[in-house]
Ligand binder design. Structure first.
Ligand code: UTP
Length: 297
């Protein structure tokens, strides 16, 4: 299979973001900023670096700011240009995918991640596609590939379904989709089974599925049935599990640091991490963070 064979990505942004209320009452969770970029921009940048050319956003009510973010802001661009801030204008324009590369489909009811992906079914060709959850940010190791690129490379070797996986502490497995790992070669492993939000006792391992997927359109055979899973939601994990034994399913223990920005602690940690790396503010952030730590003991 040709290298970089995955060209389309779905970004589900139709969720309620209830863990972040009241911040997300009038603003999409995916537009919360980590230093100076909204979460969704980190995901789009990672996807582009993996060779993705087509972006399908699954949106919902109150998410219009995401569409505006990936469009021209004529008044702002004009005013900035008048003030000679041409590099800022260029920067803002570079955010935008090419005309026609971005599409939006509405998920009228947030019935779960599996349902969100199913809402995009008519916009896909019969070929592998990526899914990135924008509230998960994964910062690559210095000079290394982004997480999605690592998955695309594995897909070029194995085909089928490829998932990003990561170890979590045993006591936290009940918050994740957990896999049953098979044969492991380097950082790639076969997946023999998976279960959404198991108890620590039932969990087949402490390896969780985390925010990046290469999927096949076969998952829609299951999603078409609208079966509710854990938490009464239509679960993507269940649709993937339905394909066990029917096609290769692999996990990649990616290199890079993951932040779950859908949780408050993950979001604050991401701001600290990227703040401490940002060339304009790193020194000041370090000083302030040290001061605060000393004051608070
Ligand atoms: P989460 O599981 O974090 O759910 O979704 P959520 O609804 O956004 O947040 P909480 O749990 O209420 O705080 C992960 C990603 O999947 C999208 C979300 O927008 C987020 O980007 N999603 C989730 C949908 O698009 N539709 C859904 O029905 C559920």
């Amino acid at each position: 299979m040709a290298s970089g064979s995955v060209k389309t990505a779905i970004l589900p942004v139709g969720g309620l973001g209830s863990r972040f209320l009241p911040a997300t009452k009038a603003m999409p969770k995916e537009m919360l900023t980590v230093v100076d970029k909204p979460l969704v921009q980190y995901a789009v940048d990672e996807a582009r670096a993996a060779g993705i050319e087509n972006f399908i956003f699954v949106t919902g009510r109150g998410k219009a700011a995401i569409e505006d973010h990936f469009d021209h802001s004529f008044e702002l661009e004009h005013t900035l240009a008048d003030r000679g801030k041409n590099s800022t204008v260029e920067n803002m324009r570079s955010i935008m995918p090419e005309p026609g590369q971005i599409a939006y489909v509405r998920q009228q009811d947030p019935l779960g991640l599996g349902h969100a992906i199913w809402c995009a079914r008519h916009m896909l060709r019969d070929e592998a596609f990526a899914v990135l959850l924008p509230d998960i940010i994964i910062d690559p190791v210095a000079g290394g590939d982004g997480c999605l690129k690592q998955l695309v490379d594995a897909h070029d070797d194995f085909g089928g379904i490829v998932l990003a996986v990561e170890e979590v502490p045993r006591e936290r497995v009940s918050s994740y989709g957990i896999i049953d790992p098979g044969k492991t070669t380097g950082n790639r492993l076969e997946i023999r089974g998976m279960v959404e939000k198991p108890s620590a006792y039932e969990a087949p391992s402490n390896l969780c599925i985390t925010g990046r997927y290469i999927l096949s359109t076969e998952i829609f055979d299951f999603l078409d049935k609208g079966v509710r899973g854990a938490g009464g939601e239509i679960q993507l994990t269940d649709a993937i599990a339905d394909n066990l034994g029917k096609m290769p399913i692999h996990g990649v223990r990616f290199s890079g640091r993951r932040f779950d920005c859908g949780s408050k602690e993950g979001f604050v940690a991401a701001n600290l991490h990227f703040g401490l790396k940002h060339p304009e503010i790193a020194e000041k952030v370090k000083r302030t963070a040290t001061e605060i730590m000393q004051q608070q003991g």
